[in-house]
Design a protein around this ligand. Structure first.
Ligand SMILES: [Zn+2]
Length: 66
């Protein structure tokens, strides 16, 4: 898995609209909530150790942080 300075960098696919985008996830914050840049749905992205460069993604129940 690519990792730079404590961040995983990879891509995810929005399950709502199918839009693909990239995200960075801190290695200390493995369940990062991001907002889809296309439909603005809050998405929870999780690095997958067995699939380098891609994040598992699901619709987040919690509001977007930060
Ligand atoms: Zn979307």
């Amino acid at each position: 898995m690519p990792m730079h300075d404590g961040f995983y960098y990879g891509t995810y696919r929005c399950p709502v609209c199918g839009h693909r985008d990239a995200a960075e996830v801190s290695s200390e914050d493995m369940n990062r909530v991001v907002e889809c840049s296309y439909c603005y749905t809050a998405l929870e992205v999780t690095p997958r150790s067995n699939d380098s460069g891609r994040f598992a993604v699901q619709v987040a129940e919690a509001p977007v942080r930060g």
